[in-house]
Design a binder for this molecule. Structure first.
Ligand SMILES: [Zn+2]
Length: 387
């Protein structure tokens, strides 16, 4: 019987771990799953273990030499600094034990999600272990070794002949995925992110629209620092609607970084839990309207793993299960279990406290600037016919 949604998870996904002090911490998946369990929103039968991606699959989007370096690094066989030109052994992406296997497991999780949806066993599939959007063809970058979305899109093309729309709402530009398909007219990438003026990776300008026959299938929506919910959501809703209508995908892959929140320590956006409640519900509606429901979702960034990510990511699953967004207190047993470990006071409700921060004096200016950016970024759709 076809399921509405499946949740890809096994403890092996937690093996992707740089160090205890590194901001990228997969404990957030455990926190999210436990929140869903204690909320009565998920049962064991909804959970599917990921498989490990094979070398052949990784080669769809990665260089052989790079894969070899990652394997050697994880086995402690790499000469000192030999990984640096491949982005391995840097401050962002340090070497850790079995890093090839752990990284290939995250990719395999997204491939598992793809197969569940494309073979019709589930309408939606969620792999929170994925979303490593900064991984390049031959180089690790920004906490990302292998790029599960890039591999998954190639796999979707090759195995299913699918036309894929990739939607990235992480606060950082989805550069790795964009550059992988920059020349490819059968894949469309859409990224909403904090402008690269002061934030890694610095790319993602509206003028990055694709190359050659792929021109017009790369969309970037760089928003200003201090952008709040209303402006973020208005850009997201308009962008996703117009780009989907224009591109007409067979399937949607969304990257759900949860680092656009006010509490996130690495970025400068002022989102609240309200954006994370809305983002997946709108993605689901779009998938239903244009793709017979086919929607695969992955995780991504998110560095306040205690107060932000569990609630934000729980909303993706709740949207997939069509459970109305919960309000009020979080389950008491979840709060008491994790408060013991958390270095910060947990937020005890599904909603953020109001007000979460002092009003921003430049609000109107920022919203205007974002609105102008949106219209320029969509210029190609609004003023050209797609042939
Ligand atoms: Zn990010």
């Amino acid at each position: 019987m076809k399921k509405d949604a499946v949740f890809i998870f096994s403890e092996e996904q937690l093996g992707y771990s740089f160090s205890d002090s590194h901001p990228f911490n997969q404990k957030r998946i455990l926190l999210t799953l436990d929140l869903l369990k204690k909320s009565g929103a998920i049962v064991d039968d909804d959970i599917i273990a990921p498989r490990m991606a094979t070398d052949e699959e990784l080669l769809l989007a990665h260089d052989n030499k790079f894969i070899d370096i990652v394997k050697k690094a994880g086995k402690g066989e790499l000469q000192e600094d030999a990984g640096i030109v491949f982005g391995i052994g840097t401050e962002d992406t340090p070497i850790f034990k079995n890093m090839h296997e752990a990284s290939a497991m995250l990719v395999g999780g997204t491939l598992t999600a793809v197969d569940e949806v494309m073979q019709g066993r589930a309408t939606y599939a969620l792999n929170l272990g994925g979303g490593l959007h900064h991984g390049f063809h031959g180089r690790a970058s920004g906490f990302c070794v292998y790029n599960d979305s890039s591999v998954a899109i190639k796999y979707l093309q090759k195995k299913y002949g699918a036309r894929v729309l990739y939607i990235d709402t992480d606060a950082h530009h989805g550069d790795g995925v964009q550059w992988s398909f920059y020349d490819d007219p059968t894949v469309c990438t859409l990224s909403i992110h904090e402008t690269g003026r002061y934030l890694f990776p610095g790319t993602g300008a509206i003028t990055e629209r694709g190359n050659g026959t792929g021109y017009g299938t790369s969309f970037n929506f760089p928003i200003d620092a201090f952008t709040e919910d209303d402006s973020f959501l208005s850009i997201y809703k308009t962008a996703i609607k117009e780009v989907t209508e224009y591109f007409k995908p067979d399937v949607i892959l969304t990257q759900n970084g949860a680092d656009a929140h006010y509490f996130d320590p690495l970025t400068h956006l002022y989102g609240t839990m309200d954006i994370y409640k809305e983002i997946p519900r709108i993605a689901r509606e779009i998938a239903e309207e244009y793709c017979e429901g086919r929607w695969i979702a992955v995780g991504g960034g998110g560095y306040d793993i205690w107060r932000v990510v569990p609630r934000a990511w729980a909303h993706i699953w709740l949207a997939m299960k069509k459970i109305p967004a919960p309000t009020g207190p979080l389950p008491q047993d979840w709060l008491s279990k994790w408060q013991e470990q958390s270095p910060v006071k947990l937020i005890s409700t599904w909603e953020d406290p109001v007000p979460l921060y002092e009003p921003i004096p430049r609000k109107e200016e920022i919203n205007d600037k974002n609105a102008q950016m949106l219209s320029k970024a969509l210029h190609i759709i609004r003023h050209q016919q797609l042939n």
